[in-house]
Each structure stands twice: as C-alpha cells, then as structure tokens.
Design a protein around this ligand. Sequence first.
Ligand SMILES: Nc1ncnc2c1ncn2[C@@H]1O[C@H](COP(=O)(O)OP(=O)(O)OP(=O)(O)O)[C@@H](O)[C@H]1O
Length: 316
Amino acid sequence: MIEVSGLRKTYGDFAAVVGSDFEIERGKIFGVVGPNGAGKTTTLKMLAGLIEPTAGTATVAGFDAGDPEMRHQLGFLPEESPLYEDMTARSYLRFFADLYDVPRDVASDRIESTLDRLDLEYRDRRLGDVSKGMKRKVAIARSLVNDPDVLIYDEPASGLDPLTTNSVLDFTEELREDDKTVVFSAHNLYHVESVCDRVVIMNEGRIIARGSVSEIREEHGDTSYRVFSDTALDGTEPTADGRHRAVVDTMAEVEELQDAAKAAGGSVTDIRTDEPSLESIFLELTGQQMPSPRTAADTAPADEPAADRHELEDSP
Ligand SMILES: Nc1ncnc2c1ncn2[C@@H]1O[C@H](COP(=O)(O)OP(=O)(O)OP(=O)(O)O)[C@@H](O)[C@H]1O
C-alpha cells in the first residue's frame, strides 16, 4: 500500500530526512518513532504529498505521493490541527464532507458512527468551548469523512490526558479492522507498542531500527535469564529462600547450568526471563531518554537538532 525508497529531505545543507526505505502492507499499522527533530513529521508530510522530497520516491495506494488522485485515498492528521472554533463538531465535519463531495446521507451516517466509536460527547457544542482531547478526536473524525484507505497521523496522542490517549490509540488500532492502512508518529515506544504491527525508530533523520517492537527488543536489548537451582553451582549465589541463583545472558548458558545441576545430582527449578526495558532500548538507540508513557511530557519543547547533521555525506 505504501512504498518508500531513498526518501530524503534537505533544507540547505541540513538533512531533515537522510534517506528512508520502508514498505507498508494494506491493513497494517505502522509507527514512526523518534525524539524531537528526528524527522517524523517531515517523513509523514512527504508521504501525504504536502512537501516534496529532495530525492527518492514515496508511493501511496499506487500513486506518487503528491498526485492529486492520491489525496482522495488519504486522511492526514497534522500534529497541530486548529479547528473552526465557532462551528460544532457536527457542522464542522459536515462542512468537510461537503468539500469531499460525500453525499449528505452517507456523510451523516459516517460522521455519527465515527463519533460514536470515538466516544465523543457534546457534538453540538461550539468547538472553541470543548477540551483539547475532544478537539483531537474531532480532527481524527475529520480525517475519516472521505473514507480514505490510508491514514497518516502525526502524533495523534501527543499531549493528551492518559484516558484520552488510550482512547485515541485504541481507536487507531481499531482502524485495522476496517482494512485501513495507518502510519502514525510518536515520541516513544510505549505509544506504539500495543498498537503497531511494525515500527521504524528514527533519529537525526535516519532510520536506526525497524521491525515489530518485540523484534526490536530482541535485537537491541539485552535479555537476561535468572536461573534457580536446588544445588549450589559454579556462578550461583544463595537466595533467601534456600535456592541458588545465577543470572546469565544466553540460552546456551542456561542449558549449561541445567547440565551442571543434573551432573551435581540436582536440577534447575525455575528460569525467569528479564526483558530489556523500552527506556533502555530507546536510550541505547537514540542516546536520549524516552519521555514518560502517555503523559504531557510528550509536549516538551523540541531539542536543538544535532550539529553533526550539518556535515552531510549525502547532500544533494
Ligand atoms: N522548513 C524547514 N526548514 C528547515 N528545517 C526544518 C524545516 N522543517 C523541519 N526542519 C528541521 O528538520 C528536523 C526534523 O523535523 P521534523 O519536524 O520532521 O521532526 P520530528 O521528528 O517530527 O520532531 P517533533 O517530534 O519535534 O515534531 C528538525 O531539526 C527541524 O527543525
């Protein structure tokens, strides 16, 4: 559904996106994760045809990104989405449905069912008087008025309270059931962990990791195993409950301990796997702390871009 090859965007001698390659299948949810200034918005805007790549290609639903035909297949949610404050949710969404020439009765059903699924109250209240979370939900509903196949959401859950964040992420996940293809960006891995089929982690314009979150955990984190035996072995320490414990990094070492316990006339009684935390993976990959899960920390001001990105090996 989406194919990206060698996608690059430079501003003068500064590379916002250095050269991305990825593919997204129809009906999948794809996360673009990274700290401030990583190049997420630039990537998403190139996919949506809103900015032109310096090099490389992006194809969406068979069209070049930027082809006006592609726009009919696409719903885009910008990071900041100011709404017409004097309109109500209903009138605002009907207005956008008219712009897309959606027949009135179809639009009405679609809008009401989307707002039901988003659990949006106060549909006839002035948008200037509703909460930030409700505004975000209305902006999400707007992305769906033309029933597009592809949705591109820039930080859909950023800066929202935890309840609304969950509701927006759950809704995003549900779009898969409608066979929508969704690309969305987030500052941290928590926001994408349960929702995305695959993710790319970007830093300083580059994709630095890709796969499912569990694949990324496996590849980039240090899994360790706590092995408990009923016999003292080389490398074990006694525990308070009378057992003996060793901590090892590989399954081969676990097996060695099992063999050693057997040879000593005992056995391994328990093996616990300690998965690497998402924070440690993020820190290792990006050199930056991951913002706390689902908090307003997502709205923290952007860091300065790294200076060394000005020394481009791949300037046009
Ligand atoms: N029009 C522009 N001119 C110059 N530099 C730009 C422009 N747009 C973006 N940049 C720079 O490109 C880099 C990537 O920006 P981008 O908005 O894609 O990052 P991001 O990952 O979406 O960050 P955030 O999480 O803060 O939204 C940033 O350093 C930004 O300052």
